[in-house]
Each structure stands twice: as C-alpha cells, then as structure tokens.
Design a protein around this ligand. Structure first.
Ligand code: ADP
Ligand code: MG
Length: 352
C-alpha cells in the first residue's frame, strides 16, 4: 500500500491550501490552489504570497496581522477573481508555530462558497414557489366554480333572447368566459403539485410519437424534420411530463410560422460540456426544437418564461413557464436562441 502522507491528504482536499514563510515565499501549495489560480490566469510567476494578493488589501492586512500578532483570521466572502468563474470565497489564515514557540509559516485555506450560496438561493426559491403554487391553484379552483355557473346562465340567456344585439352580447359573455376558463385550466396545470414518475425513457420515441401526432395538424403548411441520434441512451424521466414540454414547444413553433415553414426536432449527446457537480461529471442530452417562424425580438427574450407573458390573442403565457418548471424538476435546463424573421431554437438539456 502506498504510504499515506500529508501531501497526499492536502492534495485530495477540496479546499485550496497554501503555506508561506514570513517573508512571503511560498513553501507549499496544493493542487486545488494551483488549479484555482492558474485557471483564473492570476498565478503567473508569483512566488511571493504578497505579490499574489497585491490587489487585495484586506488579504494583505490579514497576512501581516497573522505574522505580527500570530493570531488567526477569517475573511468572509472575499472576491478574489472579479468576473471570474469562482464566486466569493472564505479565507482562513493562521500561523504555524513550532514546538519551540517559533513562528514557522503562515497557512491560508480557501473555501469556495459559491456552491453553498447557490444552494441557499435555490432553497428560498423553492419555498416561494410552493407558496405561490398553493395560492394560485386555490384561486383557480375558487374561480372555476362560479365561472361554470356564469357559462350555463349565459347559454340559457342566449336561448331566450330574440333580439340580435342581445344575442351578440351573450356571445361575448360566453367567449370571454371560455377564455378565462382556459386560463384557469392552464394555471391549474401549472401550479398543481406533480409527483414525477421517473422511469427510463427513450426520448427519440417520445419525439417520434409527437411528430406523428402533429402531422395531422396544419399538415400542408408545416414540414417536420427529425434529426435523431440513434445511439441516444435512455434518460430517467417522467414520460408524460416530458411529452408535455416538447408538445408545448412544438405548439409554439407551429404558431410562430405564419404561412409555410419547417420545424426541426433534433436529439444529440452534448459532448462539449457536462454539468459539473462537485465530484462527478454528468453527461447531458440535448433536445432541440427549431422553427423557421417569426422569431422573438431580443428585448422580449428575457420575458418569455414569465407566467402570463404572451403575445398571442388566445394565449395564456403559461406554456413556457410550465416547460421550465418540468425541466428544472428533471435537473435539466432550457435555453433559447432566436432571430427575428429567421426563427427560434429551443434547447432542452437533460442529464443522463
Ligand atoms: N417558437 C417561438 N417563436 C416565436 N415566439 C415564441 C416561440 N415560443 C414562444 N414564443 C413567445 O413567447 C410567448 C410565451 O409563450 P408561452 O409561454 O408558450 O405562452 P403562449 O403560447 O400562451 O403565448 C409567446 O406568446 C411568444 O411571444
Ligand atoms: Mg405556448
């Protein structure tokens, strides 16, 4: 067995560690430290700890304090790399004192807090979402009941009315009631808590079934193209929920095509990157729905996932929020690219 050394331990640590002399000369740095600092193009030929942190007065001050006073310091949320990949870090500084009481070196330990912060944020967002879901589904239920009363009454009214202009008014009531009813149905669908029934599913199969279904709608003016990767592995997913996602995206694509156009469905493995979690690299599958429709102006792109955002007369603006919600529940991601006059591309990423 390979002997277990301190080096081995330090190089397996997830936190960056560096040890330096009182004059600043770096004695030891572990692999995470080197990776951090080289990646951020920060660590070029510095071998003094003071040079390394020359742009960070709060770190320099702490370093001097540790050397002079031999105390320990804990700096929270230090932004070491502005605009870099790493978020704020906690930095712990402490002296190494020999058994004879002499100051030997200064140690620095860096903890990347970005993962933690993101996690806390996510928790808060989930809580808010549960609350809003309960509120909106309750409200939708409460409105649906009286609404069916109004609908029935207006129908009876219409049957009794003789004069044309009164019949027209009753028609308006019915039409508007139907619109609100559709909105509530979508809202219920959106906010209803769903328990995902995850199984191994074949995405190509789901997409194929959807195309077959779609070919019966607006068949002459829309051409469907399938470009599937036949070697796609199955994903753990709720088949019905994912079908709903793709169906919503296809429906939007279809509605964006005014006269004639193409809808391309694509499936592929993502090879250029993976979702990097702390210790495993997960592979991703991408499903793309591309159309040659009207496109989305850049100004509107940030709004399309907001509930109730719609540019359609009969729209509810709940299709994309629902897609996003379902995809997030699968630990995936949904992205969009669009150009006015050319078309739109939605990409759904799902972990394998
Ligand atoms: N493929 C697309 N092409 C053009 N615009 C789109 C496309 N998909 C979505 N949009 C825009 O995003 C808005 C919101 O979509 P969605 O949430 O599905 O609601 P709805 O379809 O009810 O309007 C649409 O009204 C439209 O303006
Ligand atoms: Mg829609």
């Amino acid at each position: 067995m390979e002997s277990i050394t301190l080096d081995l331990f330090l190089n397996h640590l997830r936190n960056a560690v560096v040890i330096a002399q009182a004059d600043g000369k770096i004695l030891f740095k572990n692999t995470v430290f080197s990776a951090f600092f080289t990646r951020e193009k920060f660590f070029t030929s510095h071998d003094s700890i003071f040079d390394l942190f020359s742009d960070h007065p709060e770190v320099l001050e702490a370093l001097h304090k540790v050397i002079d006073l031999r105390g320990s310091y804990y700096l929270r949320d230090v932004v070491l790399f502005k605009g870099g990949k790493n978020g704020p870090m906690d930095v712990e500084l402490f002296p190494l004192i020999g058994s004879d009481g002499l100051f030997l070196a200064i140690s620095m330990l860096f903890r990347d807090r970005s993962g933690l912060v993101r996690f806390e944020e996510q928790e808060r967002r989930m809580e808010r979402r549960h609350y809003l879901d309960a509120l909106s589904s309750g409200l939708a239920h409460e409105i649906k009941n009286p609404l069916s009363g109004i609908k029935g009454a207006s129908q009876m009214l219409k049957n009794e009315l003789k004069e044309e202009e009164w019949v027209a008014l009753a028609d308006i009531i019915q039409k508007e009631v139907t619109r609100v009813d559709r909105l509530l149905t979508d809202l219920l669908d959106f906010s209803k808590p769903k328990i995902l029934d995850k199984k191994r599913v074949n995405l190509n199969q789901i997409l194929n079934d959807l195309i077959a279904l779609q070919k019966t709608v607006a068949a002459e003016r829309i051409h469907y193209l399938a470009e599937f990767d036949p070697s796609l592995p199955p994903v753990q997913a709720d088949e019905a929920a994912l079908s709903q996602v793709f169906l919503n995206l296809i429906k939007n694509a279809r509605q964006s095509i005014e006269e004639e156009g193409k809808i391309i469905l694509r499936s592929r493995m993502v090879t250029d990157f993976g979702v990097r979690t702390r210790d495993k690299k997960r592979q991703l599958i991408a499903v793309e729905i591309e159309d040659t429709g009207v496109g989305i102006p850049a100004d509107n792109l940030p709004k399309i996932f907001f509930p109730f955002y719609t540019t359609k007369t009969g729209g509810t603006g709940l299709g994309l929020p629902l897609c996003q919600k379902i995809v997030e529940e699968h630990e995936g991601d949904i992205q969009v690219k669009s150009e006015v006059g050319k078309g739109t591309l939605f990409t759904v990423y799902l972990p394998v």
